[in-house]
Design a binder for this molecule. Structure first.
Ligand code: 5GP
Ligand code: ZN
Length: 117
């Protein structure tokens, strides 16, 4: 498991910083965003530290795909698929990435504008 000692999300993976976990398995955890932008705002992250999309390795294919299956399963069990939901990855400075440990935002419970801001 690759960990960055200075990474906030690695500390959440290690349970050294608390978070409201909604899912965990051998590859991922999911937890509620501390500053929710919608009635449901969950972050799904790999346990392995990968800083951004450009840093993904070929061997990460299954892991990255798994993030989407966790999102699908959480959306299904919570009934979010009825009205719909948005999955977001902010990648890099101009996209607004603040935490450089890949995370999938699962947002639901309101209508979202397009194009995004
Ligand atoms: P980004 O802008 O990198 O795509 O998203 C980072 C997200 O992490 C933001 O939505 C922010 O609210 C959330 N966040 C930042 N610090 C914490 C924290 O300590 N705990 C939790 N649960 N979420 C956090
Ligand atoms: Zn990390």
């Amino acid at each position: 498991m690759s960990h960055d000692p200075n990474c906030l999300f690695c500390k959440i993976v290690d349970r050294r910083i608390p978070a409201k976990l909604v899912h965990s398995d051998e590859m991922t955890i999911a937890f509620e965003d501390i500053n929710p932008q919608a009635p449901t705002h969950i972050l799904i992250i790999p346990n392995k530290h990968i800083s951004d999309i450009q840093s993904m390795k070929e061997g990460d294919r299954e892991l990255i795909g798994h993030l989407f299956f966790v999102a699908r399963n959480l959306a299904g069990t919570r009934g979010l698929d009825k009205g719909g939901y948005r999955l977001v990855i902010n990648n890099g400075r101009d996209a607004g990435q603040a935490i450089f440990h890949i995370h999938l935002h699962l947002l639901s419970g309101r209508a979202f504008a397009w194009p995004p801001g």
